[in-house]
Design a protein around this ligand. Structure first.
Ligand code: GLY
Length: 386
């Protein structure tokens, strides 16, 4: 049970009202789209701009589950049936991805947990369950037995990535936990835990920061090298990667009860909290140069979700530090990094996909998703989609 002050409760109810008012309009405007960002305030559409998996940012783009996820969260919060109707439109469109091979990689968890697993959990839809089990089998098939890791991407532009694993995968393995819980077959969970155990030693550094990419020898399994990935440089501290690990290890703890996962999440959380700037605005990388002051609102939203889950798990005596930090991050997003206008389709501004990607400080769909998830978590009756 989260202990919120009265002033925080008042603020929370105001933000929930702003979210429900805005999403009521946006869901109608974007009902046939699968958005990633906005162009002049209007959602783009990954399902028509490039309806092929040959270019990775088309229909197989890893973020294509978040729009459905937002709609399932809104359905749960409001009880309005229109949200589940619209969520199913994007879920149906994702079927095209199963016809592809190279376009689909480890991000099937990000894609089918907030869509098909959500639909199955809420409505019992058997087609959704089948889709999610197909996705889980694809993910399990990427397990490298020698290195005990789930391979990240396919060889597209990156060169030989047979030995690559990335920290983001901590959000994909809940699909494997779900598959074991659903089928009773322990293989999926065994693979998820083997990957999480490898990630604890190969990704998490002694100070609680994490690597983005670790390359293993795909034949013998040892660590070959690390890469900075979407962060500033090798050895730096890409903030969204820190949050994929922080919340990701909590997800593994929630599904398995293995205490080491929660300790790891707390270790990463303490590193993260110690690095939050006074103004509560999260940079793209904690070890980037001070100027330009590039930031990433998505990292703040994901961190808030993970911190709230830690606060719930540790109980009332210990929860204040995690809960108050989450509140600081979310209040900062609401007060200075949100667009509450009824005319635009995004909520958060200033998301950044990667430090060296010139399209910094934009709207990104998973920023909105995790902001909404965090707000509903604070209320205490959220639909847990991971
Ligand atoms: N999973 C890729 C990213 O966080 O951008």
């Amino acid at each position: 049970m989260l202990q919120l002050q009265n002033t925080d409760q008042t603020w929370l109810h105001e933000v929930i009202a702003k979210i429900t008012n805005k999403m009521d309009l946006v869901s109608e405007r974007s009902r046939n789209k699968i958005p990633y960002t906005v162009v002049n305030g209007v959602h783009d559409d990954r399902s028509v701009d490039n309806p092929s998996c040959l270019d990775a940012d088309g229909i197989c783009w890893w973020t294509n589950g978040f729009w459905g996820g937002i709609l399932w969260l809104m359905h749960h919060e409001t009880g309005n049936e229109k949200y589940q109707e619209i969520a199913k439109i994007s879920e149906d469109k994702l079927d095209e991805c199963f016809q592809q091979y190279n376009g689909l990689h480890h991000d099937v968890g990000f894609m089918w947990l907030p869509t098909s697993v959500a639909n199955y959990k809420v409505t019992g839809n058997q087609k959704s369950k089948t889709r999610a089990l197909h996705a889980a089998n694809l993910l399990a098939g990427r397990f490298n037995l020698a290195g005990r890791f789930i391979r990240a991407w396919n060889d597209l532009d990156e060169g030989d990535t047979r030995g690559w694993a990335i920290v983001d995968c901590m959000f994909n393995i809940p699909l494997l936990y779900w598959a074991s819980e659903e089928t009773g077959d322990p293989r999926f969970k065994q693979i998820a835990m083997a990957h999480a155990d490898t990630a604890m030693t190969a990704f998490v550094r002694p100070d609680g920061s994490v690597n983005h990419i670790v390359e293993f020898d795909p034949f013998y399994g040892g660590v070959v090298k690390t890469y900075g990935g979407q962060g500033y440089e090798d050895g730096s501290s890409w903030t969204r990667g820190q949050t994929w690990a922080l919340y990701g290890f909590m997800m593994s703890y929630i599904h398995t009860g293995k205490e080491e996962y929660m300790h790891t999440a707390k270790r990463i959380a303490h590193y993260f909290m110690a690095n939050i700037p006074e103004n509560g605005v999260i940079p793209i990388d904690f070890r980037q140069p001070k100027e330009p002051a590039y930031e990433d609102s998505t990292a703040a939203a994901i961190a808030a979700c993970g911190l709230i889950e830690i606060a719930k798990a540790v109980g009332q005596n210990e929860q204040a530090v995690y809960l108050n930090t989450a509140l600081k991050l979310l209040r900062t997003l609401d007060e200075s990094r949100s667009d509450w206008s009824a005319e635009t389709d995004n909520i958060l501004i200033n998301g950044s996909a990667a430090y060296h990607n010139p399209n910094r400080h934009t709207a990104i769909i998973y920023g909105d998703y995790y902001f909404i998830e965090a707000i509903f978590k604070l209320k205490g009756n959220d639909l847990y989609l991971w």
